[in-house]
Write a protein that binds this ligand. Sequence first.
Ligand SMILES: Cc1cc2nc3c(=O)[nH]c(=O)nc-3n(C[C@H](O)[C@H](O)[C@H](O)COP(=O)(O)OP(=O)(O)OC[C@H]3O[C@@H](n4cnc5c(N)ncnc54)[C@H](O)[C@@H]3O)c2cc1C
Length: 394
Amino acid sequence: MTNVALVAGGGIAGAVAAIALQRAGWQPRLLESRPEGVADERGAFLTVAVNGLTALRALDLDPARLLAAGFATPTLAMANGAGRRLALLPLGGPTPDGTVTTTIRRADLYAAMRAVVAERGIPIEYDRRLTDYTERADGVTATFADGSTASGDLLVGADGLRSRTREILNPDGPAPTYLGLLNTGGFTDRPVEADLDRTPGLMHMAFGRRAFFGWAPAPDGSVWWFANPPSKQPVRPADFTPASWRAHLIDLFADDDLPAAAIIRATDVAIGPWNTDDLRRVPTWRSTRVVLAGDAAHAVAPSSGQGASMAIEDAVVLGRCVTERPGDLPGALAAYEQTRRARVEKVVAVGRRNGSGKTAGPIGAAIRDAMLPLVMKMAFRKGNPQAWILDHRV
Ligand SMILES: Cc1cc2nc3c(=O)[nH]c(=O)nc-3n(C[C@H](O)[C@H](O)[C@H](O)COP(=O)(O)OP(=O)(O)OC[C@H]3O[C@@H](n4cnc5c(N)ncnc54)[C@H](O)[C@@H]3O)c2cc1C
């Protein structure tokens, strides 16, 4: 008899876990809380690092096909608010098979992943918000917001940063921690009144005097951008209208010698703002028949550029552990946690450090601008200090 896996959450971890579990001989069901076709816009776009993309190959997935709607961004150009280049850093790739860190709209990535899930005959059920589950010796039953239930042999909690599965497994927390930064972004194909470096493959990021800014030239001539305005308190969507938020951003970058204000002026809608959070150590990742994956287990700060890749790596490792231990689910889940926990917690710590540099005051900024080129030169003397993240193979 085939084992049934309930996968709660049809995001990155959930889609890849469903594919991995099917390869391991399980019968997965992907259960997503949102209605079909309602895109998640958080972050507008994602830069998916080469380590996550390479991990997809373990499932016979071709990253180039999955991320066909995106474009290569293997290099990061860092600048200060005066527009002075501070460093040129590798973001990942190309690997021997040609894979590079790639930037893609979130909605396009989710759609491509769900298309593969559907192609492989895995059912995707929408409007299925997990609210509870009960675990018995012989199975697990999930309950959904509409009162319906589903039963299986394993429940994968891939339900994201605010995971309900995590809350049930860890009744005393932890909850996500707000990092003091907002996130917003957008796209423009209108003329930008600034001199833009449109070198293909470059992701530009800059420490503006009052906020952090990033942008990339897309191959179709449009510009994709994001900003991280600092804010002591998290915001609610009702705090701004689209017009007041856009005006606020233009003002934030008005004093910088960066193309930021011009890019935002050329953009009709600045999407967001969203609060950025990460998650401190989650004590319990698993029980006998329930396991967490992706942001549900370990949300890394967006500035690490590793959230999607960590979710993919988790899902691939979960599939491998289940394959290697047929008939021993608790052993497989323990091996999964043992393989993943130390690595993701190290990446979370790096992400938090990177994010804190975005909110320096004027004195801190002057020190950073003076030191960064030197620090980078030293750090790269013996190779890329991020190699343990980017070159990792699951
Ligand atoms: C602003 C922002 C920018 C980011 N930029 C980057 C980046 O550039 N690069 C990068 O690698 N990462 C980035 N990240 C992080 C990245 O988005 C996440 O790490 C990644 O999406 C994690 O995948 P996941 O599948 O675990 O969670 P998600 O992608 O969030 O998917 C969770 C899914 O579960 C569903 N769900 C939620 N609750 C339930 C429930 N109770 N029942 C059923 N389904 C449920 C949700 O609707 C969603 O579809 C960014 C994050 C943010 C917020």
